[in-house]
Design a protein around this ligand. Structure first.
Ligand code: PXP
Length: 254
């Protein structure tokens, strides 16, 4: 791959590798023939040039399992981003895992995927306590938020080091003025978050097709991308899918 001048880093969310495994082996945990392997997928993603692995241990364990987290953590030399809801059981596992990063998200059992940002301003006290506990074990904390000033300010106030801007609304908007409005909201949020001293990440619904529309968003450090890469993997392979995304990311100049 040609050297990139882009400051963007790629975190690959491998939940859907586990989704595929669970579709067949949910009732045979740890079966000797279960596939696909989450750990092998993570290896391929990093070999192809991605910078970190993201895994979301949901309360309902619909995809990633506790043993996946343990295996991902056991591998040295990887950066692991532990995506999580703010519930006591999950927080206890996150604290014990001592992941490099944690990203706090809202979580509802009925949702298909994370459907919006965290209401940080409304849940300041409970979130501040979790941020502190994670930071005490050396984990750098991110808040997954909609591009709204109140939640960005609250994220900074409770001591989070990063925010991940929710790009799902942008991705789902029809192309044209509606999508441009969403891109502008994200750009304004990025300026505010950066000014508050927060590292600015983004994620949800990002594809090679819609990513260039986000190049006007300044200060982006990391993108977290899952569904598109795992979908592309079915047709072109996981390593190729990662390299294809890094190729598009290379044009971002911050
Ligand atoms: N970031 C967060 C906080 C998410 O919840 C998800 C979805 O699991 C992603 C990024 C990745 O989104 P997608 O799978 O749409 O690329």
């Amino acid at each position: 791959m040609t050297p990139s001048q882009s400051p963007l880093r790629l975190g690959v969310n491998i939940d859907h590798v586990a989704t595929l495994r669970q579709a067949r082996y949910a009732r045979m945990p740890g079966a000797h023939h279960e596939e696909p392997s989450v750990i092998e997928a993570a290896r391929q993603v990093l070999a192809a040039g991605a910078h970190s692995i993201t895994a979301h241990l949901r309360e309902d364990r619909r995809h990633i399992q506790d043993r996946d987290i343990a295996m991902l953590r056991a591998e040295s030399g990887w950066l692991l981003n532990f995506e999580m809801g703010n519930t006591p059981g999950i927080v206890a596992i996150a604290v014990a895992t001592r992941a490099d990063f944690a990203c706090l998200v809202p979580e509802h059992r009925e949702e298909v995927t994370t459907e919006g940002g965290l209401a940080v301003a409304e849940h300041r006290k409970a979130l501040a306590e979790t941020v502190r506990r994670l930071q005490d074990v050396g984990t750098k904390v991110s808040m997954f938020v909609d591009p709204e000033p109140a939640h960005l300010k609250a994220s900074a106030e409770i001591g989070a080091e990063m925010v991940e801007l929710h790009t799902g609304t942008y991705a789902n908007a029809a192309s044209g003025p509606e999508r441009e409005t969403e891109a502008r909201r994200l750009a304004e949020a990025a300026v505010l978050a950066h000014g508050l001293g927060l590292q600015v990440n983004a994620g949800h619904g990002i594809t090679t097709a819609n990513l260039p529309g986000l190049f006007g968003v300044p200060h982006l450090t990391e993108l977290n991308i899952g569904h598109h890469l795992v979908s592309r993997a079915v047709t072109i392979g996981l390593g190729e899918a990662v390299m294809e995304m890094l190729g598009v990311m290379a044009a971002y100049r911050g």
